[in-house]
Design a protein around this ligand. Sequence first.
Ligand SMILES: [Zn+2]
Length: 324
Amino acid sequence: MLVNLNEVLIPAKKNHYAVGLFNAVNLELARGILAAAESTGSPVIMGTAEVLFPYGPLEEVSYYLLPMAKKSHVPVVIHLDHGLRKETCLKALELGFSSIMYDCSTDPYEENVKKVKEMADIAHSYGATIEGELGHVGDNPDSAEAAGKEGAFDPAKYYTDPKVAKDYVDKTGVDALAIAVGNAHGAYKFPPKLDFERIRTIAQTVDVPLVLHGGSGLSDNDFRQAIKEGIAKVNIFTDINVAAVKAEFERFSSMDKGLIDLIPAAVEAVKQEAVKKMELFSSTGKAGSYVAGMLREKNVDSETIVKAVASEVIKELKAHGVIK
Ligand SMILES: [Zn+2]
């Protein structure tokens, strides 16, 4: 089922686990990610980012992501990661994305607040959620985000200030907040050092779920600690991107092979890598509790559910000519 960020992140924050965002710029990635979520009963966030549009245009990506989410039996958020322009965010909402990120983190503070507040009102009018970023998550060299930028990035210069975070969330109305705590996009050249105390302080200061970008390359202990301190959404791309190509490389043994020989290997590798992350974030098995919680919230009693299921079964039996 297609849901928004609040529907998966509020329970995650409350119960101290995190839901992964995995970008799915082609069908192999999308199939691998969804297979991981369905086989582990995990809620999941799939999407794409504006810097990834050259590899899969937003509209084309929406043609498979949205139906896949709607058909799935686990909660799936279709999210635009790092929308950089207002028009991109509006297009994603118009296409039916259930969530967007409007990244104005390189703008001056007041400008970031003004632009994101305006977009938050629009997103909410669509029933969609919005993520903002405060401080700035930088880019490791060779990451998609770093394309065209010069020099090494020093994350310590752009840390999120907990006091400003509260003001930012209050003024913009964002549903989730991406924070800069020593993390960066892409593959790390040196082991990153996360500021866990800062995560804890921000989590105590603001009500909304916190987001950790640049998750690929962090150690398992980094993730566990970050989630314990208050991270409820983790963005992963590099690890699944690399896993797919490694599997294709291993499968490619001669020029007699075609693309269809490589596709199943890529899907399986993405699935395995995503399952590892879902287990690490403890989101596995949480899809069922989401559905149960939703039924409780809507005051749906068990008799109504049994009747609804029975009527579906009867329809199926009739369709197959088992009964008239
Ligand atoms: Zn990011």
